[in-house]
Design a protein around this ligand. Structure first.
Ligand code: ADP
Ligand code: ASP
Ligand code: MG
Length: 411
């Protein structure tokens, strides 16, 4: 029997009624003749609520203890879903990440999967069971519980699909696929039928929440096809691209085609420059050493002479006051942190073959009076740093400029 891995996000299991609908969908998949492994997220806003509890206790909650706390959310969902499937006559068994054999490094709150040993999952599948796994978590080689970073249940699903040699991995959510922009922000956004791994990874890293970037990286490495679709939608039919979005190896589109616009609001910009007052200036190595020491991940690192800029996503930064204090103590006024900006990106392979799109995007922002604080490019992406308050407006603007204007908006 072929194995199918299905992941259901927080909004799909937000309450008992929704959980029962998921149980029904799982049972239908089973009746279609598949072995089914289900990965679940925490119910609704549970993870945010648990985080807020921890922050009420400490401004700098210890990362190991945070993982102990946050993994509870997914354990609630896995047990309830397993009970709901049993209620429908299915034979389900639930496992935590550690019981499922997900081994990670020891970078708490943002761990990476190193290996998956799904022996217990395989055993139960061979006994005819439906296996329900708590997403977003694993166990470090020190035998501590870890979490995989926000949105990490997607990663659990893809890693499990790869380890089990699954036929496909379905990521089921409240939205029926990957769109050209967040449909909550851009009413004109359209569903994209097929995306390459690279395009999806860039969209995810630029802030498109629908798929987790690490999950896509995993899928690419192992050649797993991801089907992003709505939980309330149909099961995949004979033509899986008829609905939802398929992410797989995909021939390049016309070079320079913009496939989507994404944004990330909750970012800090770290600037380092020579000291104004007396004392030695920080070298990039000094500064990055402090960030590494506090497990702070950054992107768009730019070093020019004795100046450095870096974008830090707040998503997995849980001890911001402590990091700020460490930087201030060590580097004084030579390190500044800006907290009013956001990143907006347009994504597409070969997008920077000429500077045409950089110029067009900048001109569109300027026409709307949106100040650009910085620009970064790669072969797949152009990112503008702009004022946070105007980011949704800017997303609609760049979507209109690069996607709605085209005769064939979703290639
Ligand atoms: P889940 O809880 O199922 O993991 P998420 O909240 O993580 O779901 O992701 C789904 C949400 O991602 C959607 O509700 C949508 O608002 C948002 N989103 C952001 N960018 C995109 C995009 N390009 N395409 C589709 N959805 C997007
Ligand atoms: N519950 C976790 C989060 O909110 C993981 C996930 O939903 O994928 O980030
Ligand atoms: Mg998610």
């Amino acid at each position: 029997m072929s194995i199918v891995v299905q992941k259901y996000g927080g909004s799909s299991v937000a309450d008992v009624a929704k959980l029962k609908q998921v149980a029904d969908r799982v049972m239908r998949t089973r009746r279609d003749g598949h072995d089914v492994v289900v990965v679940v997220s925490a119910m609704g806003d549970t993870t945010d609520d648990l985080l807020s509890l921890a922050r009420q206790v400490s401004a700098n909650p210890d990362r190991r203890e945070l993982d102990m706390l946050l993994t509870v959310g997914e354990r609630i969902s896995m047990a309830l879903l397993s009970i709901a499937i049993r209620e429908l006559g299915g034979d389900a068994v639930s496992f935590t990440g550690s019981q499922s054999g997900i081994i990670t490094n020891d970078r708490h709150a943002d761990a990476r999967i190193i290996e998956v040993r799904p022996i217990r999952v395989q055993d139960e599948l061979s006994r005819g069971k439906i296996v329900v796994i708590a997403g977003y978590q694993g166990m470090s080689y020190r035998r501590d519980v870890t979490t995989l970073g926000r949105g990490g249940s997607d990663t659990t699903a893809v890693a499990m699909a790869a380890a089990l040699g699954a036929e496909y991995c379905e990521i089921c959510s409240d939205v029926d696929g990957v769109y050209t922009a967040d449909p909550r922000v851009v009413p004109a956004a359209r569903r994209i039928g097929t995306l390459s791994y690279e395009e999806t990874q860039e969209l995810a890293e630029s802030g498109a929440k629908v798929l987790n970037a690490q999950a896509v990286e995993f899928a690419k490495e192992k050649g797993i096809a991801i089907y992003a679709r709505a939980t309330r939608g149909p099961l995949p039919g004979a033509d899986p691209s008829a609905d939802g979005t398929v992410v797989r190896k995909h021939p390049p589109r016309m070079p320079g085609t913009v496939v989507g616009v994404a944004s990330e609001k909750d970012v800090l910009i770290v600037h380092a420059a020579p000291r104004q007052s007396a004392g030695a200036s920080p070298t990039p190595d000094d500064l990055l050493g402090v960030l590494d020491h506090h497990h702070v991940a950054g992107k768009q690192l730019h070093v020019a002479g004795d100046r450095l800029t870096l974008v830090v996503s707040r998503e997995n930064l849980h001890e911001e006051p402590r990091v700020r204090a460490a930087l201030a103590t060590k580097f004084g006024d030579s390190v500044r942190i800006a907290d009013t900006l956001a990143a907006i990106s347009v994504v597409g392979a070969g997008i920077n073959a000429s500077f045409d799109k950089v110029r067009r995007g900048s001109a569109a922002l300027e026409r709307a009076g949106i100040a650009v604080n910085g620009i970064a490019t790669s072969s797949f992406r152009i990112t503008w740093m702009i004022e946070r308050a105007r980011v949704d407006e800017a997303v609609r603007l760049l979507h209109a400029e690069f996607i709605e204007e085209r005769p064939d908006p979703v290639p």
